[in-house]
Design a protein around this ligand. Structure first.
Ligand SMILES: C=C(O[C@H]1C=CC=C(C(=O)O)[C@@H]1O)C(=O)O
Ligand SMILES: [Mg+2]
Length: 430
């Protein structure tokens, strides 16, 4: 596309300046023509440089495509330390359920803020900025223009749940017993579904398909290389921080959605008044409020509301507060994982998951997003999938509390998984 080659020309011109031969940090920032700014996923999908990270914020105000890693961080504390040293940087990526992370300073970042596009080329070296400019200019040679995304062609050859239904329901009964004995209040039990496809899946095509139909969600995709990616369309905000102002939420408690508006509203009314679901949500509120103690003040919990998604509806209570420090390593440490994905008491629930779940959660139920000094935002990495060629792993979990019914909870995880699964298996109506 003409527009992208124009941007590349401007970048190359700027790289012709003289740069210092000592450690340094620079950013070249250019406005992006509107047409390119609205094709960020298509642009990213066309590139052969990795890692790649795509992000569209839930309210749709912000979209980003970033690629190439100048620095990688395997723990949020390392990322935070880098931001203190280089306050203009913005880091992108994933935090795992077990606190590992893959956050990176991208070589290139293209943002679209409500239709206004901006490209940033990061230049960074701890030895010689001039050397990095040479590397950056070679790196630019790899980039290509955006291409339209082809539709997904693949079909599902086999499906395997881990655990299978009977085993998952047995685990659920174990949780209910532990709840009765007051050893636990809540555990979020998850399932992994392995889909084997007829041919390798092109992750951006699934991201595009999901973005089209899964509204009121964050959309995120990390491509590690040409064949493997982790992506999802999640309704849940872990937190958004604007300076010291913190926005978070308790999203827990679920009922099915219905295509008929009136029936969907009746289900939503039921959800708002159901004791078990209210309890499930309030435990998350309690957990978040406790975890914010000592780190935030003026914490305010808003009244419950119902969020209607394509396959399910959720109870949500928004929570706001003022942080003592605008430090994301601290926010992540306090908030992740919430009781919407782990349980309560947190450590006991995590131990239960660790001992009983027959798979590792990987990036599922961690978080995806970005951090920067001024602002940061992470969604909870739910309704997500790990793609490795023709192997697809889909994850879904449900909060088990007193009063949970095994068959209903199984149906709940089927409905949650359906947000992505029906895109791969349109015949699987659910
Ligand atoms: C753990 C998941 O959902 C959480 C978020 C919303 C509602 C939930 C529930 O009602 O159980 C879960 O806590 C998942 O989608 O895998
Ligand atoms: Mg639930």
């Amino acid at each position: 596309m003409e527009q992208f080659s124009g941007l590349l020309r401007q970048l190359r011109q700027q790289l012709e300046q003289v740069f210092p031969t000592e450690a340094g940090w620079r950013q070249i920032i250019l406005p992006v023509p509107e047409r390119l700014a609205t094709m960020l996923l298509e642009w990213l999908a066309a590139q052969a440089v990795f890692p790649q990270f795509y992000w569209r914020q839930r309210e749709g105000q912000q979209e980003a495509a970033v690629c190439g890693a100048l620095r990688q961080f395997t723990h949020p504390a390392q990322a935070q330390a880098f931001l203190y040293a280089y306050p203009a940087a913005r880091l992108w990526g994933l935090n795992a359920f077990d606190n590992r992370a893959l956050l990176f300073l991208p070589r290139m970042e293209i943002l679209n803020y409500s239709g206004k596009g901006e490209l940033t080329l990061n230049l960074f070296s701890e030895h010689s900025l001039d050397e990095d400019v040479v590397a950056a200019s070679r790196w630019l040679d790899e980039l290509v223009a955006a291409k339209p995304l082809a539709e997904m062609q693949t079909t599902v050859a086999s499906v395997l749940h881990q655990p299978e239904r009977s085993e998952w329901e047995n685990q659920l009964r174990d949780v209910l017993q532990a709840i009765e004995k007051r050893q636990l209040e809540k555990v979020v039990l998850a399932r992994r579904t392995l889909l084997t496809l007829s041919s390798p899946l092109f992750a951006p095509a699934l991201m595009a398909a999901s973005r089209k139909v899964n509204h009121r969600c964050y959309h995120f995709m990390m491509r590690f290389n040409a064949h493997s990616a982790f992506l999802g369309s999640s309704p849940e905000r872990l937190y958004r921080r604007e300076g010291r102002h913190l926005l978070t939420e308790a999203l827990a408690g679920t009922v099915a959605n219905h295509t008929d508006g009136q029936q969907a509203r009746a289900l939503a009314q039921w959800l708002l008044h159901d004791v078990k679901n209210q309890q499930e949500n309030l435990l998350v509120v309690d957990d978040i409020c406790q975890r914010l103690q000592g780190g935030a003040n003026a914490v305010d919990v808003l009244p419950p509301e119902v969020v209607r998604l394509r396959k399910v509806q959720h109870l949500r209570r928004r929570i706001e507060g003022q942080l003592n420090h605008g430090d994301d390593a601290d926010c992540l440490q306090r908030l992740q994982p919430t009781a919407a994905v782990a349980g309560l008491p947190r450590q006991a629930a995590r131990d239960f998951i660790q001992q009983h779940e027959p798979f590792s959660r990987g990036w599922y139920a961690g978080s995806a997003g970005y951090l920067a000094v001024a602002q940061s935002e992470f969604c909870v990495a739910l309704r997500s999938t790990q793609i490795d060629g023709a192997q697809v792993q889909l994850y879904a979990g449900a909060g088990i509390v007193a009063g949970s019914d095994p068959a209903e909870e199984w149906q709940e995880i089927e409905n949650k998984a359906a947000g992505l699964r029906t895109l791969l298996q349109p015949e699987n109506k659910l």
